[in-house]
Design a protein around this ligand. Sequence first.
Ligand SMILES: Cc1ncc(COP(=O)(O)O)c(C=O)c1O
Length: 340
Amino acid sequence: MIDLRSDTVTKPTPAMREFMIRAEVGDDVFAEDPTVNRLQAMISEMLGKESALFVPSGTQGNQICINTHTHPGQEVICDYNAHIFNYESGAPGMLSGVQLHPLIGHYGHPTVGQISEVVRPPDDHYPQTGLICLENTHNRAGGTIFPFEEIKKISKFAKTHHLPLHLDGALLWNASIATGISLSEYAAHFDSVSLCFSKGLGAPIGSIIAGTQSFIQRAHAYRKAYGGGMRQVGFIAAACLFAVENHFERLSDDHRNARQLAEYLNDVTGFSVDMESVQTNIVIADVSGTGQKAEEIVQKLKNEGILTIPFSSKRIRFVTHLEITHQDILACKDILNRLF
Ligand SMILES: Cc1ncc(COP(=O)(O)O)c(C=O)c1O
């Protein structure tokens, strides 16, 4: 099977497993796990933040940050296709008592102009704006990169209006490799950042949040409340350390493979790909020109050994990752040409 459903499907490599087995561990609820402490220190430094906290998932990381920044009744500005709006089970309302104010951004990225128009005036009729959340790269928009100049403008605006700014950076690794802008250059514009190790980097589990020391101290209490306090979790943190040290730079291979796949898909009769949206490791193909539903095509591809995800009735998502080789992309081309 050529599994292009998601970059979360990768399994730990033999070398990663070996590294995990040899991890030094301790009780992380007592902050005594040396491998977790090493990972947190490494990420704080890479992001240029005072402190970082290991968490089980990207969803939990985002939700802890939302709760730490806001008060019940407040509003969080985000993009309409944001992960926090679409794929986190309504957690902002459920766990933090806040509502989201979604904007329709360009490729998932609202502008400072759009944001400034929806910040609420200080009037008791309105919910008060408590947080702005950006996503980079943007998953649902197809792995698109947030324009750096716009991030700077939004950050300046947020500071002027005393609004905290959170970055859902589950896929920030991809943005950094694609642009050459370092993680710390991105993070400098945000009060908090969440990162995932279990996507393109290929770790089996694990995410992290970072911010000031006092922010992370407060976030620590929410991690406990959400059931995210883990014990000898250094075995997992070791996989994350290994992933950053060995699989970060190679993300450019995934980006190259995605670009090539997008070009092949664009040549298939009835398929079309917006090449401007192909910026990292995600390709979304519109298949309406085939006259068939995305689900039908996904099934046909599956019968030929290619796994994908229908993104709507007319769109299919393809994601490249650690286990997808250049040969796999060439095999996809052959199969697509034969089928369509
Ligand atoms: C942008 C973004 N944020 C958050 C998450 C949530 O991560 P998790 O699946 O670890 O909860 C994902 C997962 O794909 C994501 O793509």
